[in-house]
Design a protein around this ligand. Sequence first.
Ligand code: MLT
Length: 277
Amino acid sequence: MLTRKIANLATRSVRYFDVGSGRPMLLLHAFPLSADHWLPQLTRVAPGWRAIAPDLRGFRGVGPAFGLPDEPISMDTYAADALELLAHLGVERAAVAGLSMGGYVAMALARMAPQRLDALVLADTRATADTLEGRAGRDRMIDLAQREGAAAIAREMVPKLLGETTRRHQPDLAHVIQHVIELNPPSAIVAGLQAMKARPDSHDVLAALTCPATIICGDEDTITPVADSEAMHRTIPGSKLVVLPRAGHLSNLEAPDAFTTALFQVAPAPSERATRA
Ligand code: MLT
């Protein structure tokens, strides 16, 4: 069974999974999940890889050491947290993979510290900022989380997170995801919504990328449809696009084998390739 480890950093503690050994891969989870989101990949880590999957700040948070600061946080806060964890673990450079909100964090990390990226994997995410309508939707969700808590957010989101094929053929997955969401404190959900609402457009970051990049998307994703992935693919020089059939927004859970294969196939940055040769 996989168990979380705890890193006691200077100002806070982080729970994370750390599996395998070799080339490091940081896995950044979607909203409003936790590192549990990555269990199918953590149980399938390819030989020669080390997968590190933290709970983003506040998610799965129990006790003040794992909690949130009083001031609002941003995608940069999550990205800086991830970099701090990697430094704590002695990891200078890593392949960074993020799904949906995890992708927004990965793009913030690429803006903040491109030299720390060995490769980038963006799954079921988008490079654009929220539209006005999207921001109004965030406000409605913030209100719902504050009034009714994580269970109400789960009820609202789970049907949208999964593709039509999964809803029909893997109905149990909805219950698993609902449970993972309900383990999160409403404060983490509200902070995530505020951070997503305020995130900037990241096309400039993607256009300037120099490391290898893979984009993965379920073809039944309705939250960040394939068109969003195609736009990122056009923006990132030399990137690879993998569209997974019969998978929705949580494509790593819905099509775990195909997703994991694409994930661990991402090539290292040229300087890392030279070091390895
Ligand atoms: C996610 O899956 O992380 C969120 O649904 C992304 C979003 O709402 O923009």
